[in-house]
Design a protein around this ligand. Structure first.
Ligand SMILES: *Cc1c(COP(=O)(O)O)cnc(C)c1O
Length: 377
């Protein structure tokens, strides 16, 4: 994330003296795992998302794995999901021997297009696993409705969507289970970390047990009632998370301020489209991703910005075109045209809550100059 050749990073966690004091308190307490900070972090996230249960884990990926396993996705089961995502949202199905069945996205939300779901389903379809891309809600209400009609399990990958809402309802509150992630570039961080949410008491107990080596509910040390894992979050991470949740309004305001500066500066530029929240949504952006007009050469633009000391990145590279997915499932170019078109035109700019006006101006100035250079070449 930090490269000495760049003038600023692509992302920077906002952690400081309060987080340090909390970590110090953990270290002085002698309880470095399975303690009160983890309990408090879980309570805070459950309350924020409006869910009955939250189970903190060591990563978002681990959380998705437990959600898939605990909801009973098994070998040969198919789960409808998106090719426009970070790889963990499809890998978690494969961990349990299931098959991710990709469905193309829609331009507006960059999430699964609900109108394509039924055509992709078959008698092995057991679940739907949508992703809220960059924090913007996918058509979660329509997907929830489809899942109910067909008896599919809905697992919500909300790993990029802490704090966003759709028609007033928190993302992370839909479906059988949902997951947030806390890697350092997410809305809040715990270092590495994630959390699984559910309203189902039995599912929560099962996920708690699986996280902790399959121990039974009272956590008897050497009694293992099911296959478990060590996906526990440690107390140092949980303490960082508690402070980050306390500071959440400040972190969110910082990102909103930066997004507004980008928007004001780039609105007049016809060759770039700034990110738009879905209608009815309130979005806390995870990353700031532009869509470039077709005449802009995205990869050349990344090089031009890099030469000005500014990091930028394509976001995402389609999952079905990843070498592993191509060789395992036989996918190739042309399979998901909207995903491929969108992926070829995205550009993530530096984005973090403490970004200054000067830093935003540095990025947008270089961006506009570089695009001008392309059209004059
Ligand atoms: C960040 C992220 C995850 C989980 O990431 P971890 O690094 O394992 O915490 C899962 N899905 C999506 C869409 C993500 O962006």
């Amino acid at each position: 994330m930090s490269d000495p050749t760049y003038k600023l990073p692509l992302a920077r966690p906002n952690v400081g003296s309060e987080e340090m004091a909390a970590v110090r308190e953990v270290m002085e307490s002698g309880t470095l795992a399975m303690g009160r900070w983890t309990d408090e972090f879980e309570e805070r996230i459950a309350t924020a998302a409006g869910r009955r249960h939250a189970i903190a884990v060591s990563s978002g990926t681990g959380g998705l794995h437990l959600a898939v396993r605990a909801t009973g996705i098994r070998r040969g089961d198919e789960v409808i999901t998106t090719p426009f995502s970070f790889v963990a949202s499809a890998n978690c199905v494969i961990y349990e021997g299931g098959v991710p069945r990709f469905v193309d996205i829609e331009e507006e939300t960059l999430g699964i297009d609900p109108s394509l779901v039924e055509a992709a389903a078959n008698d092995r379809t057991r679940g739907v696993l949508p992703v809220h891309v960059f924090g913007n809600p996918c058509r979660i209400e329509a997907l929830d409705e489809l899942a109910r009609q067909h008896g599919w399990t809905l697992i919500e990958d909300s790993c990029e969507a802490l704090g966003s809402t759709s028609h007033g309802r928190s993302l992370g509150s839909f479906g059988a289970a949902s997951v947030f992630a806390f890697y350092p570039n997410k809305q809040i961080t715990t270092g590495e970390g994630g959390i699984v949410l559910t309203d189902d008491d039995e599912l929560a107990a099962e996920i708690r047990s699986m996280r902790n080596q399959g121990r039974d509910e009272d956590g008897t040390w050497l009694r293992h009632v099911r296959l478990g894992y060590n996906y526990r979050m440690d107390e140092l991470s949980a303490a960082i998370g508690v402070i980050q949740m306390r500071r959440y309004p400040e972190l969110r305001d910082g990102r909103a301020r930066v997004a507004a500066m980008y928007e004001a500066s780039l609105r007049p530029e016809p060759r770039v489209a700034v990110p738009q929240a879905r209608a009815g949504a309130d979005v806390d952006w995870f990353v700031y991703v532009l869509r470039l007009a077709p005449e802009v050469d995205r990869d050349r633009l990344i090089d031009q910005l890099g030469a000005c000391g500014i990091p930028s990145r394509p976001y995402f590279t389609p999952l079905h075109l990843q070498p592993y997915y191509r060789s395992k499932f036989g996918y190739g170019p042309g399979d998901f045209p909207v995903t491929e078109r969108v992926a070829a035109s995205t550009l993530a700019l530096p984005f973090f809550s403490t970004m200054s006006e000067e830093e935003v101006a540095l990025v947008t100035g270089a961006l506009v100059r570089s695009i001008d250079e392309q059209s004059h070449a």
